[in-house]
Design a protein around this ligand. Structure first.
Ligand code: GAL
Length: 422
């Protein structure tokens, strides 16, 4: 027979055990377990810091989850996209991967390699907080397929303030080619390379051409060119392409040895003065180079300052991944309003949820978020966001490689006409 004392003690032990079990059950219900492989090309100082903001939030709400950061180095997905294509073909599908809305995302939808997230958008109420135009850019045949981390602006010109001061150059909120040319002359005279370029990977030069075309020809003409509804051999296009040819002669002499982060580092140092790059350069200037918005560096835009060339970053869930529930948990972490601010602060892109405040962001980002909400949006061709065949983007990038060798704007135009009308 058990004494009264012993009975009380064993009841206490039993209830502790029951409590232990129920606590474990609660923890499980609150989070997803198993592996989640997150595939991206975010490996630079600012890119990986921003990605970690999502991953740590994911871990916090899912303590039992095992996160595998499968990022493949190479800006703009130079290497990652190929690695991913090989993996998908082999049935080795990550739970989630990075892709741009528009044409690039549509490619994965057409291959049936991504899950339909429409029900998740509905149950989480995301349709109410994501602007309709952005939801549409991730929607095909009425089904929505990805979640956005933020929207980058491709058409920015970053400047080193001290270098411009030294050369006696100042810019307003936008510049023309003639102003850039006049600035380049002064900068050269001051012994500073006017343009910071890191075109070890061709996309950075292709982006310089894209932003020159958008800036000089305007959003509507650029969209028509990409869609094959305007001619690339038109005199105005040829002139803009020749301006690009001229700009290349302003670049730092080691440009072929550097990638985009190298060009940003050179800008931060001031050995060169202007870098035409998406605002992931803003993240890099702030996070990696520890520079200050509007003090160490400034920014302007070629052409209309209200035109915003979009490069959205979004994540899909692999249709054949082993742990779709974990992919869904990742999507929820991306969409968390707090994560959206923390991520974009480090990444340089604009948050887009209508219910988050941009007050804690830097001056550049607040202005960019405003232009995103009210300006003229153009999807980037170089970053796969234009809703055209992938071959058009490929032709543009191949055309830039040829242009760098032969400077033949008319031949570039002919090749692009063939690619867009073909
Ligand atoms: C873009 C991407 C950005 C940034 C950039 C450089 O394609 O949208 O988030 O990572 O490449 O790697």
């Amino acid at each position: 027979m058990l004494s009264k004392k012993k009975i009380i003690a064993s009841v206490a032990i039993m209830s502790a055990a029951v409590l232990g079990v129920s606590q474990a059950t609660v923890a499980q219900a609150a989070g997803v377990t198993g592996k989640v492989e997150v595939f991206s090309w975010w490996t630079s100082g600012s890119e990986s810091a921003a990605l970690n903001a999502i991953l740590s939030a994911l871990k916090k709400s899912n303590p039992g989850i095992e996160i595998i950061n499968a990022a493949v180095a190479g800006g703009a997905g130079t290497n990652a996209k190929q690695v991913l294509a090989t993996r998908l073909a082999a049935g080795d599908t990550p739970e989630t991967w990075q892709t741009h809305p528009g044409g690039e995302l549509k490619g994965y939808v057409d291959q049936a390699s991504v899950l339909d997230l429409t029900a998740l958008y509905k149950s989480e109420g995301w349709n109410n907080v994501v602007p309709k135009g952005l939801v549409d850019s991730m929607t095909y045949n009425g089904k929505t397929y990805s979640v956005l981390t933020g929207i980058h602006r491709a058409n920015a010109v970053w400047t080193n303030k001290a270098a411009l001061r030294k050369a006696g150059v100042s810019f307003g909120e936008s510049v023309t080619f003639a102003q850039l040319e006049a600035a380049a002359k002064k900068l050269k005279a001051a012994g500073i390379a006017p343009l910071c370029l890191g075109d070890k990977d061709i996309w950075t030069a292709a982006q310089l051409l894209e932003e020159t075309l958008v800036g000089e020809l305007g959003a509507a003409t650029f969209n028509n060119l990409a869609a094959g509804k305007a001619s690339w051999t038109d005199a105005k296009v040829v002139t803009a392409v020749n301006h690009f040819n001229t700009m290349l002669t302003w670049a730092n002499s080691d440009h072929k040895a550097l990638d985009w982060t190298g060009a940003v580092a050179a800008l931060a140092k001031g050995t060169c003065a202007m870098n035409v790059m998406g605002d992931w350069a803003y993240g890099e200037l702030i996070v990696k180079q520890q520079k200050k918005d509007n003090i160490d560096f400034g920014y302007t835009v070629i052409g209309d300052p209200k035109t915003f060339v979009t490069v959205g970053d979004s994540f899909v869930i692999g249709a054949k991944s082993k742990n779709a529930a974990a992919g869904e948990a990742f999507a929820k972490a991306v969409m968390d309003p707090k994560v959206q601010i923390a991520f974009n602060k480090l990444k340089g892109s604009a948050p887009y949820r209508t219910d988050v405040s941009t007050a804690s962001l830097g001056a550049y980002q607040r202005a960019a978020a405003k232009t995103l909400a009210t300006g003229t949006l153009v999807a980037s061709l170089v970053h796969g966001q234009q809703l055209v065949a992938a071959s058009v983007g490929q032709a543009f990038s191949d055309g830039v490689t040829v242009l760098q060798a032969n400077k033949d704007a008319a031949a570039f135009g002919k090749a692009m006409n063939a690619a867009t009308k073909g």
